[in-house]
Structures are given as structure tokens and as C-alpha cells.
Design a protein around this ligand. Structure first.
Ligand code: NAP
Length: 490
């Protein structure tokens, strides 16, 4: 067990009874406590409008934490200690008059770091920041964490960022994208910049194309209200998928420090070729799931999901071809794909290298495919590299084999959840894995014309059966250039 470390701080979770807090934030804080990463004097104060006394709130959290931590990791003795850190305050963030009660509950700050984590809907962010300031809580030691989605367009994101910016300067704003907290995503940087092997090949001369897929088996579940207004492009592409693309494509930063890393990511976002006008139809596919089946189970159509409009035209699937106009990536398609109610849950990045230029070995061998590097983020975290090897026996027939690195096997230690890592980074003030305002703006600048193009053409999203791999048009998008999604389809 490591020694207790970190700064004594106050972690204030707005939306402390919500899904995100219960499923992710409080279990992550429990683990940080269990592994002795929280200072003995660190306190956690949760806020929401619901009425709870401290005992009923702690019972609520206990029920969820014991459910969401890995089986066997919930220890009643550890829980009792953790529960002592936890407090609860019923408060409506839209009411300025409520904030002096928060200030009173937190007491004197005396230079103590305060993390205000906004796990509420974004339409409450500006009021929360303003009211924190009015109660004298937005001082130099205060940091604010903003959950996605940050706005619905460049214009609305700017409004939120402007309003937050009047209270918190940029160095104290932590815009979270939990994909960046995943071990496998950080390993992508380790792989690229910690090994001499890949970097010389990491360019258009050797890479044929890149695929980034974030596929979900679940439908919209209880989030129909939010999702029907957002759709897959705002919910996933504008943030998670573009962030992954940046990490694949960026140049090596000079230091592994927040500004250096974020400057490089920004250059990629700015180099994305705009998809506008007629190109929107050619380069993108939007889909919506209709009724389907998976393993005998009947799956509902999107428009029959709870809180979804029966005439909804919202996309639950997007596939698109992005291109980066710079020296390194000119001519390399980056295919992005995300969707709900699909055949499989997986998040992965595929780097497809070009095939060897000359076919040396006899016919009958596997086609000498280009090597393929697959970085898998979900459901398991792994990296695998396909190589051509000689098949055992006579002759020189080649066969594709995989070099696999499964993190669970390679590192016997428990794998951290992304939120553990990111919460600790916020406490320590390290913004490397958080999005800077200009990144958010550049991402919206690229996404807005695609949404506009869809609106202008009045076409409904293409239907795909729930439980399938998405609309056929997503396959055709790749077939045009002789490519195919790397799926294990039956
Ligand atoms: P949720 O389950 O609806 O929770 C919302 C929380 O905010 C509840 O605790 C709610 O409690 C509180 N709240 C609402 N209005 C309030 C007010 N006026 N004053 C004080 N508290 C208020 O939502 P969620 O799924 O946790 O999502 C929260 C945020 O995280 C959203 O921006 C979402 O987009 C983002 N996010 C969520 C996930 C996820 O997996 N859930 C993932 C990524 C990002 P009361 O109703 O009792 O006030």
C-alpha cells in the first residue's frame, strides 16, 4: 500500500445524487481513499436538491459504491472510514441565496484547494459559477470541473465558456473527457513517444488508414431526454472521437505538460479538412436504430424509447471520413464511427499500415496484408500488433499472427478507472488530460457544418436494425477506397 499523499482538499460534487456521481465519481473516490491517495483531511461534500440527512445519503452512496466497484473490492471497514469524509447538502444551484449555506458548510478555506465538480446538466454551469463567486468561493485555490457536453454548437459552447470565464480563469477550468483518463489511451502516447519503433512509420508513407470506433450495445436507456436533443455527433464525435483522433495524429509535444500537449492537439483540430455542403452527404453517414434482435431478445426502435419523440430524426449512429491537411497525414483517411444499440460493445483504434511493396512469397500464402496495430479501450484494454509469420511446416506460406499486450495480464495491479486518474489530476492541478477552451471551439467549428449539412438536406437518418452493425452505408463509406471496418461479424 502506498503512503497517503496528495493535498488536503474539499471535493464538492454538484449533482451528487445523479447517475454519474453514483456510478463513476463516488466509486472512483472510494478507490482513491482505499488506495490511500486522498489526504486524511480531504472532505467530500455532495449537493443536489433532493432532501437527505447524512445517514440516508451515506446509505444511498454505499448501495451504489458496493454495486459499482469490482466484486471483492468493497470492504466494510474501508467503507466506514470513507463514509466519514462524506457530507451532503440539499441545495438548488439556480438559487443564489442558497450559496452562503454552502460557504458556511465548507468553512474557512485558508489556502485549501477546492474542487467544484459540476455533474449537473450544462445549462446549470453558468449559474453555479456565478453563485460560487457571489458566495466568495471562487478564489485562487478553487478549481471547476465541467462535464461534457459543453454546449450544442460553437455558439452555445462559447456562451458557457464566456460565463465560466468571468469567474474562473482558464488555468482553473478542467473540462473533462473521461476517455483521456483511460490507461489504454495514455498508452497510445507511451507507445508513440516512448518507443523509437513506431514514430518513423507513423505517417502517410506507411499508414494506409485509421479507424476509430466507439460502439455501444445499449440503447439510450434512461437518457432519452438528453440524447434526443444531442444525437451521436454531439454526444460522442465532438468530444471523445475527436480527442482520440488528436492523440493518434498529433506531433510529439516538447514536454509532457498541459500547454505543450494541448497545443499539439489543437493543431490537429485546426488541420481537419472542413466537411461542408455536398461533401456532408459523401463523407458522413447518419443512422437511427429501428426494432431489432440480439441473441433472441427483441430490441425496441429508438423512437419507442422512453422520453424520445416518436417522430425523432435524431441520429443514434454516425460514421464519417475525416482528413487531416498537414504534411504527415495528407491522403490518409481517418474513419470515425459511433453508435448505440449495435451488435457489439467495443471502443478501439485501428492503425492499418500499408502492405509490403513486393510480393516475395508464393501464392497460397495469406495475402501479405499490411501490419495492423489495434489499441482497444473497451471492453478490455489491450494493444495488439498483427505480423506476418511463416506458417509451420514445409514451404514459405505466410500467416497473420498477433502480438498481444493485455494490460490485465501484463500488469497484475488493479486497473484504475479513468475517473480516479482524472480526479487525482484535478486535485494536483494537472490539466494535461483536460480540454482547453480553444480545443472545444476548434472541435465545434469542425462539427457545426456537418450538422448544418444534415439539416439543409432534410434527409432522415438511415435506419438500421437494433443489434446490427449499423447502416449498410457505413460499410460503403469505406468500400469506396477498398477498406472495411475491422469487425468480427458472424
Ligand atoms: P442525472 O442522473 O440527471 O443527475 C443530475 C444531478 O443533478 C442529480 O443529482 C440532480 O439531483 C442534480 N440537479 C439537477 N438540478 C439541480 C439543481 N437545480 N440544483 C442542484 N442539483 C441539481 O444526470 P447524470 O447522468 O449524472 O449527468 C450529469 C452530467 O454529467 C450531465 O451534464 C451529463 O451530460 C454528464 N455526463 C454524464 C455521464 C453519465 O454516464 N451519466 C457521462 C458523461 C457525462 P436533484 O434532482 O435532486 O437536484
Amino acid at each position: 500500500m502506498s503512503a497517503q499523499r496528495g493535498l488536503a482538499c474539499d471535493i464538492v460534487v454538484f449533482g451528487g445524487t445523479g447517475d454519474l456521481a453514483m456510478r463513476k465519481l463516488l466509486p472512483a473516490l472510494y478507490y482513491l481513499h482505499k488506495d490511500r491517495h486522498l489526504h486524511a483531511e480531504t472532505r467530500i461534500l455532495s449537493l443536489a436538491r433532493a432532501k437527505h440527512d447524512i445517514d440516508s445519503y451515506r446509505r444511498l452512496v454505499q448501495r451504489h459504491v458496493s454495486q459499482y466497484v469490482t466484486q471483492g473490492d468493497f470492504d466494510p471497514t474501508v467503507w466506514e472510514q470513507f463514509a466519514q469524509r462524506l457530507d451532503y447538502l440539499s441545495l438548488d444551484v439556480s438559487q443564489r441565496v442558497a450559496f452562503p449555506r454552502l460557504a458556511k458548510a465548507l468553512g474557512e478555506s485558508a489556502g485549501r484547494v477546492r474542487v467544484f465538480y459540476l455533474a449537473t446538466m450544462p445549462n446549470l454551469f453558468a449559474a453555479t459559477a456565478k453563485h460560487l463567486a457571489s458566495a466568495g468561493l471562487a478564489n485562487d485555490n478553487a478549481r471547476i470541473v465541467l462535464e461534457k457536453p459543453l454546449g450544442e454548437s460553437l455558439e452555445t459552447a462559447n456562451q458557457i465558456n464566456d460565463q465560466i470565464g468571468t469567474v474562473f480563469d482558464e488555468s482553473r477550468v478542467f473540462r473533462i473527457d473521461h476517455y483521456l483518463g483511460k490507461e489504454a489511451v495514455q498508452n497510445l502516447m507511451a507507445l508513440r513517444f516512448g518507443n523509437a519503433l513506431f514514430e518513423p512509420l507513423w505517417r502517410n508513407a506507411h499508414i494506409d488508414h485509421v479507424q476509430i470506433s466507439v460502439l455501444e450495445k445499449v440503447g439510450v436507456e434512461n437518457r432519452g431526454d438528453y440524447y434526443d436533443n444531442a444525437g451521436a455527433i454531439r454526444d460522442m464525435v465532438q468530444n471523445h472521437l475527436l480527442q482520440l483522433l488528436c492523440l493518434v495524429a498529433m506531433e510529439a509535444p516538447v514536454h509532457f505538460e498541459p500547454e505543450a500537449v494541448r497545443n499539439e492537439k489543437l493543431k490537429i483540430l485546426e488541420a481537419l479538412r472542413p466537411i461542408t455542403g455536398m461533401d456532408v452527404q459523401d463523407h458522413t453517414v447518419r443512422g437511427q436504430y429501428s426494432k431489432g434482435k440480439r441473441a433472441g431478445e427483441v430490441l425496441p426502435a429508438y423512437y419507442f424509447e422512453k422520453s424520445v419523440d416518436h417522430d425523432s430524426n435524431t441520429e443514434t449512429f454516425v460514421a464519417l471520413k475525416a482528413e487531416i491537411d498537414n504534411w504527415r497525414w495528407a491522403g490518409v483517411p481517418f474513419y470515425l464511427r459511433t453508435g448505440k444499440s449495435l451488435a457489439q460493445r467495443k471502443s478501439e483504434i485501428v492503425i492499418q499500415f500499408k502492405a509490403v511493396p513486393h510480393r516475395l512469397f508464393p501464392q497460397g500464402s495469406d495475402r501479405p496484408a499490411g501490419n495492423r496495430l489495434v489499441i482497444r479501450l473497451q471492453p478490455d484494454e489491450s494493444i495488439s500488433l498483427s505480423l506476418m509469420a511463416k506458417s509451420p511446416g514445409r514451404g514459405m506460406a505466410l500467416q497473420e499472427v498477433d502480438l498481444d499486450l493485455n494490460f490485465a495480464d501484463a500488469f497484475k495491479r488493479r486497473r484504475w478507472d479513468a475517473y480516479e486518474r482524472l480526479l487525482l489530476d484535478v486535485i494536483e492541478g494537472d490539466a494535461t488530460l483536460f480540454m482547453r477552451r480553444d480545443e472545444i471551439e476548434a472541435a465545434w467549428q469542425w462539427v457545426d457544418p456537418i450538422i448544418q449539412g444534415w439539416q439543409d438536406c432534410y434527409r432522415s437518418p438511415k435506419r438500421y436494425a437494433a443489434g446490427s452493425w449499423g447502416p449498410d452505408a457505413a460499410d460503403s463509406l469505406l468500400e469506396r477506397l477498398g477498406h472495411a471496418w475491422l469487425d468480427e461479424r458472424s
